[in-house]
Ligand binder design. Sequence first.
Ligand code: AHR
Length: 329
Amino acid sequence: MFRRGLAAALAAGVLVSMLAACGGGQDSGANQSGGGSDQLTLGFSQVGAESGWRTANTKSVQEAAQEAGIDLKFSDAQQKQENQIKAIRSFIQQKVDAIAFSPVVESGWDTVLKEVKDAGIPVILTDRAVDSTDTSLYKTFIGSDFVVEGTKAGEWLVKEYEGKLDPVNIVELQGTTGSAPANDRKKGFGDVIAADPKFKIIASQTGDFTRAKGKEVMEAFLKANKDIDVLFAHNDDMGLGAIEAIEGAGLKPGTDIKIITIDGVKDGMQALADGKISFIAECSPLLGPQLMDLVKKAVKGEQIPTRVLTEETTFTQEQAKAALPGRKY
Ligand code: AHR
């Protein structure tokens, strides 16, 4: 669209008059194609709606697209890689100017990404990475460092149990199997606690980043293990589901079982402020505005950094109380 329109105009030597024509009076251009509009079209394939984080991320992307005047073709993959691949192929067919997606899992993208590259459409990875060795298949990756998030969670735990000698029994609720945040958070956390043999992960299973699954798996953990000291949940939603399971078992979350989560969405921060969660490593979902800037630059062929890292912090219970009133999501 924009790119192809621009190329055609340059070839015909009519750039100035075309820009003048596009400058005013055009319709929204939302579904135009073939060079009739200067509005950029972005195909965006979202993972799904599995968590509060994801809802906030979708809102950020949709609002930022509107703000930037970008026509957003949004597709919800419902946590399925095959749906994302279909959506990406459909974006190629629709001749969008750029494609962004948050890959549900890390592996298995090379074929479709080569198709996008052959079509001359720039790709931006948002939030989650792919494990392709051919980095020419995408322009940049914007998002968090999930290993660092897991490291921060582990470091808090090590400090919390400093000087104590008794074994610390940990259960882990992993994110979606094969996803970058599940792989990386597990690694970051595991590497830190491995330095002290008193920390033992006695059970670890996926809760698919959802509240319902987090509850279900925590119920099973509680049935199978009498002595759980700590839960490490790869996101707030699974932690919140686990809180229901812990309370249902007649135990006090935050006291009988310490809970560490990742994200920092409002519900998680509230549970932290209430003393049910003990520590949260933040993962920011507000990627929309930066994504739109990168899309504009990538389509114009401007140089963009190959990695754009999101700034994040951590929250203790006191910090959550202070941050909650101004929390946007
Ligand atoms: O990829 C980011 C992760 O995906 C968030 O931590 C989680 O809540 C979401 O579902």
